[in-house]
Design a binder for this molecule. Structure first.
Ligand SMILES: Cc1cc2nc3c(=O)[nH]c(=O)nc-3n(C[C@H](O)[C@H](O)[C@H](O)COP(=O)(O)OP(=O)(O)OC[C@H]3O[C@@H](n4cnc5c(N)ncnc54)[C@H](O)[C@@H]3O)c2cc1C
Length: 602
């Protein structure tokens, strides 16, 4: 049976010591954030995830979801766990108090999401998109939706989904076929098919609020193959009146659930919209000469950015739980003897943990998980700063914008690699379902694909984020890391600052190369994008490790009872510098190779 212990101590280190949340009280939502309150939330979330969600993870995977007579049933135990989740108020943790939420900063909701995903990714995804749905309704919904629907979503009585994908369009939304035609009275009738909809149907909530994108036909009734007529809609499973009363079943039905590689406890649905009543969100679009996506779509893109960060956290979550299980196995399984002679001569063999290759794999996972967690929390803090009155608000917004695709793609790539390495530590036993580690590989694989496949995240980074506002975001990042390196140019930190400096040089050279070549030949940018995203991830996580190493050095002497915690931090930091930062010159070389050979491939 797999194990999971939520990383409460590590979160306390990142939030209190690295990010010093106590000094951030001026930020929106941080005023009441006493250290004890943070610790209580983390500890209670840990208990819930370990005791309620984790025990039904493996059984949920074995049983999967059921689809009979058009109705979806979740695996045994999910309904009770959802009710407990709801009663504890976890779904409203980050929601505004005026709608019934607890108004906690996004940092804490991300931390709780990580724990829930490690414990049970399939389950965590049911309420996962509800947060995105109520945020979008708060941003662009009508007043009656805010009054009657948002509180029910926050309470968890109802759930939300996000419906973009269709059989003919995933990445390329221009090709969407679902259409919505305006009716008298201002609502719309929607027709079309959406596929791969997470939590598209389930037996956990009384109603489901689908957030759907669809095209409004032109005056001539035509649907265009561009984004100009794409709009954002709310389509409830059961109709909701403007007085909040739930009515008859809407024209949305479940066509089936997907038979998938992983997250089998999560119902991934085909949804058919047959004259479904839909409410368009945001101001009415004008169909002028100059066409652009509607204002309501801004609400959807906002929802997707937060969802992308959330998927990045799923990468960390899978890496964490896979690592914990591999470590436990390495401390109980006896195979071979230490290369330097038997560590326990009275035993038939030594523990797996004596072998350098096993230690390498474990340390690889751990240095990723803890470094990535620090970077994700730093980015989330930047999002809060971006919404504050601080002078650095604009720069913080640029940084968060730049980091979002890196977190989504680099962390899910690395989280999947960590799950694979964890499985490798088990040898053949890792391939056997009973041991549970192969589930992490299967579950974690989806994170690289949905919410914008990782290749598309790389294109977003290189094609949009780098150049926006004259390169303000990368310039801010380079300035910040460069400034830290200059301030910490001392012998005690050279083992950490030196490698980060080399990585930063490589990243700046790669950025210059892209600026010189990417515009002239877009294929050069496209061929370099994935490597560039990885390079940025390695350098920024490296910088986080250098900052954490500095803290750990200071705390090692000042806090003897916790010396082992800080020694482990220094070990992981050194591993990143010795084993990951050397990838930077290699990535730079690959980036500057250009696209000629790749494009010759017919
Ligand atoms: C289990 C699961 C759950 C999901 N949940 C949801 C959900 O809740 N809601 C929802 O709307 N969707 C959901 N999806 C859909 C998911 O977001 C899409 O599958 C994903 O965005 C990719 O779209 P696609 O599958 O059509 O791939 P395609 O768009 O066909 O892309 C195929 C490949 O080509 C690459 N590619 C495409 N365009 C470019 C380009 N311009 N440059 C470089 N590379 C490119 C992509 O990176 C990808 O590797 C889910 C999918 C799965 C499997």
């Amino acid at each position: 049976m797999p194990i999971y212990r939520a990383p409460v101590d590590d979160y306390r280190f990142v939030l209190h010591e690295l990010l010093e949340l106590e000094k951030q009280r001026d930020l929106p939502g941080f005023a009441e954030l006493e250290p004890d309150l943070i610790d209580d939330i983390l500890t209670n979330a840990a208990k819930f995830c370990e005791q309620v969600l984790q025990p039904i993870n493996q059984s949920g995977d074995e049983e999967g979801c059921h689809f009979e007579n058009g109705v979806v049933r979740t695996p045994k135990g999910f309904k009770e766990a959802y009710e407990a989740y709801r009663q504890a108020g976890w779904g409203g943790l980050g929601a505004p108090a005026e709608f019934g939420g607890s108004d906690m900063p996004m940092l804490l909701t991300m931390a709780v999401n990580e724990m829930a995903t490690s414990a049970n990714q399939s389950f965590a995804m049911y309420p996962g998109l509800t947060g995105a749905a109520y945020s979008a309704l708060i941003a662009v919904g009508a007043p009656w939706m805010k009054e009657h629907i948002v509180p029910k979503l926050i309470d968890g009585e109802w759930a939300g989904t996000m419906c973009l994908t269709e059989p003919g369009c995933g990445t390329d939304l221009r090709l969407m076929k679902t259409r919505a035609v305006e009716q008298q009275g201002g609502t719309y009738r929607m027709n079309g098919t959406k596929i791969f909809i997470s939590g598209g149907d389930q037996d956990l909530t009384d109603n489901i609020i689908h957030m759907v994108i669809a095209k409004i036909p032109d005056a001539d009734g035509c649907i265009r193959d561009d984004l100009s007529t794409v709009n954002f809609f709310m389509v409830p499973k059961f109709l909701v009146g403007e007085d909040g009363k739930m009515g008859a079943r809407n024209g949305v039905s479940t066509g089936g659930i997907e038979n998938k590689m992983g997250i089998k406890g999560q119902a991934t649905c085909v949804l058919n919209f047959d004259d479904a009543v839909a409410w368009r969100l945001g101001p009415k679009p004008t169909l002028g000469e100059k066409r652009s996506a509607s204002a309501g779509m801004a609400g959807m893109f906002g929802m997707m950015n937060v969802a992308r960060l959330g998927v990045g956290m799923q990468g960390i979550a899978i890496g964490e739980v896979a690592y914990q299980n591999a470590m436990a196995y390495a401390l109980e399984r006896r195979v071979g003897q230490a290369l330097t002679g038997p560590a326990e001569p009275d035993k038939p063999a030594d523990l797996l943990i004596v072998h350098p290759d096993i230690k390498r794999m474990l340390l690889h996972c751990r240095s990723f998980v803890e470094g990535a967690r620090a970077m994700a929390m730093w980015t989330t803090l930047n999002m809060s700063v971006a919404h504050s009155a601080r002078p650095e608000a604009e720069t913080a917004g640029h940084l968060a914008d730049l980091m979002t695709p890196v977190i989504k793609a680099f962390f899910t790539d690395m989280g999947f690699e960590a799950a694979n390495l964890a499985m490798q530590c088990y040898g053949g036993h890792g391939y056997i379902r009973d041991n549970g580690v192969e589930q992490f590989v299967r579950d974690g694989r989806i994170n690289l694909l949905y919410e914008g496949a990782n290749g598309v995240q790389a294109m977003d980074l290189v094609g949009r984020k780098l150049g926006r506002k004259g390169g303000a975001a990368p310039l801010a990042l380079f300035g910040l890391i460069g400034g830290w390196l200059a301030d910490n140019d001392n012998p005690a930190l050279v083992a950490f600052a030196g490698p980060v400096k080399r990585g930063l040089d490589n990243l700046q050279q790669a950025t210059l190369w892209l600026a010189q070549h990417g515009l002239a030949n877009p294929n050069d940018a496209g061929a370099a994008a994935a490597d560039y995203l990885q390079l940025m991830g390695v350098v920024v996580v490296g910088w986080m490790w250098a900052r954490m190493a500095k803290l750990a050095q200071a705390k090692l002497a000042a806090d003897p009872p916790n010396a082992q915690f800080y020694k482990d931090k220094l070990m992981c930091a050194k591993y990143w510098m010795e084993r990951l930062i050397p990838e930077c010159p290699m990535l730079l070389e690959r980036i500057s190779a250009g696209s000629a050979t790749i494009m010759e491939f017919e």
